[in-house]
Unconditional design. Sequence first.
Length: 129
Amino acid sequence: MLSPEQIRHFESILNQRYAELREAIRQALLESDDQRFIELAGQVHDLEELSVADLLVDLNYARIDQLLAELRDVEDALRRIREGTYGLCIDTGEPIELDRLEANPTAKRTARAQALYEKTHAGHSAPSL
């Protein structure tokens, strides 16, 4: 089990990452409305240029999706802290390795449980684009 000091440490890291992600999402949304995207679309003269313009827009949206997914993970970890379950594997209830939490404070499974999860759920996610 994590000590109260360790919980505060991870809560601080998660709160900082939460603020960083919100700002990154805000910036990415501002860029999606940026004049350069509008200008790029106006400069499209053929199908190849259109596909490049579409790709640039899609990449920006994919980046926003990625940031939002990470934000949800951070929010979930902060919720587990509030509920008193942070640092416990959601599958087994065992304590998550401290070095794993240091590397990934949003981890919700032990390394062993995560490996099993990935093995049994491989290929079941929906495509992001």
